[in-house]
Design a protein around this ligand. Sequence first.
Ligand SMILES: Cc1cc2nc3c(=O)[nH]c(=O)nc-3n(C[C@H](O)[C@H](O)[C@H](O)COP(=O)(O)OP(=O)(O)OC[C@H]3O[C@@H](n4cnc5c(N)ncnc54)[C@H](O)[C@@H]3O)c2cc1C
Length: 482
Amino acid sequence: MGLPRAGAEAWGMDIAIIGGGAAAVGLLDALAGAAQAQGSITVFEPSPDRWRGRPYGPDLDSVLVNVPPAIMSIRHGDPGHYSAWLGTRGEAYLDQRFGQPLVPRALYGEYLEHTAEKAVAELRERGQRVEVAAASVVGLARSAGRLTLHTEDGSRHVADQVALCVGSGRPHDHYGLEGTPGFVGDPYPLARTLDGMTPGSDVAVIGSGLTAVDVVVSLAARGHTGRISMVSRTGMLPHVWQRPRAHRPRHVTTERVKAHGEITLDWLARLLRAELADAGEDLDALLADLRAARTEDPVQRLRRQVEAVDAPEIGRRVLQETSHTVGPYAWRLLADHDKNRLRAHFRTATSLASPMVPVNAARLLRLFDSGQLDPVGGVNSIERRNGRFHVDAEGTTRTADLVINAVNPPPHAIPQAAVALVNSLVAKGLATPHPSGGVVPAAPRLHIVGDLAGDGPFITSGIPGVAAQGAAAARAILAPVT
Ligand SMILES: Cc1cc2nc3c(=O)[nH]c(=O)nc-3n(C[C@H](O)[C@H](O)[C@H](O)COP(=O)(O)OP(=O)(O)OC[C@H]3O[C@@H](n4cnc5c(N)ncnc54)[C@H](O)[C@@H]3O)c2cc1C
């Protein structure tokens, strides 16, 4: 499809959305929900898997969504939106232990696609022109009060408002293995990267987070018989989701945080303490357990957590849920020293806020118990010598035939596909680099939705965070420019 003519219409506002993943869907859905009809919307997305972004493209059925439906709605303010879409289809994917449907991520991708297409149809019905351009944007510049986008194929497009929804990209190559035979730099889609892999080969999976879990359970689902090592610096596994309970937070709420204005970490801890005290629980005990995550044997901890899926305590459940719902609001209100206090616990916070689903936890535990899977922490180097990979870790070494990189980039990482674009924003003074990574807009007509936002949370955003940012960007875009 050709790009729409640059600045052809003067009658309405022209909006450009760069990137067509979950963040763009949240934004489009919010724009469609707004009353005003505007000029045009053009979404730039080079991938054929439109609206699905990096995580939700077609893949193996073993690649599951990582969270319960109640926090997978892409429509901000409507937590039931995804469950309603899923309807009775969810019954086929019920995780008995969790009591929740956990569908393949490709099916969630269908939900995103459906939501985006519905939003596009609604906008068009109201007279708005909506186009999707299969192009990558490589530059942005100011031109006579508007913004000009430059695409990889040399085209130009002029817009009044621009939203960057570019995600945070593919895994970084921490051990300089790109191009080495037997090294898989990006695991997704696993349907492609695991295809043709010799079942008896020894595999080292770099990372111990959710992507590493995806790789391990997918290898097992394909009948892999060789040894699998999960190699990482910390060796810390994600926590395990507990079965949701009817409890609704009364103290740790967005309303409380918004009403309070300037907040501190200690104030947030007091809210949490009150929340737990109401349920007869002790925050200090929860914090002590979280601190132990750095030193406790990961398999033992996993076993304890699998046993605690049905445990009645609300503490960890409240922290996990509110880190995605209240967390993004609270983060922006914290002072730098409190943000730094939290950043110092990045790995534990990530393993808590992005837990694995019980069905995967049970699979992992079985693999550990059978001896096929082993956790290797304290990795120093990974090299290929004499036809095999050598993993050098504190106190141990492993060899492997294949290495799969499953380390997700940290929040605020600049995706490889957007490096040229971000460099141009900074060079033209449209955005400024943030000290903790990512960028912040320096022009009122530029908006950032997703983890590229340097002032956003220090842990990877889940769907609720991305949806909230999309809705906020829609409000800012439609607000009169002063
Ligand atoms: C593997 C994985 C699994 C996850 N699972 C869950 C989950 O189960 N539940 C949950 O709540 N959260 C999950 N998350 C977190 C969250 O859902 C995702 O991070 C979210 O999908 C981010 O959406 P996004 O649109 O910001 O980024 P992305 O999904 O990465 O989409 C960005 C899009 O921008 C495009 N793009 C990049 N650069 C350019 C450019 N220069 N020009 C044009 N287009 C460009 C890319 O092609 C891509 O399609 C997961 C994250 C990952 C990585």
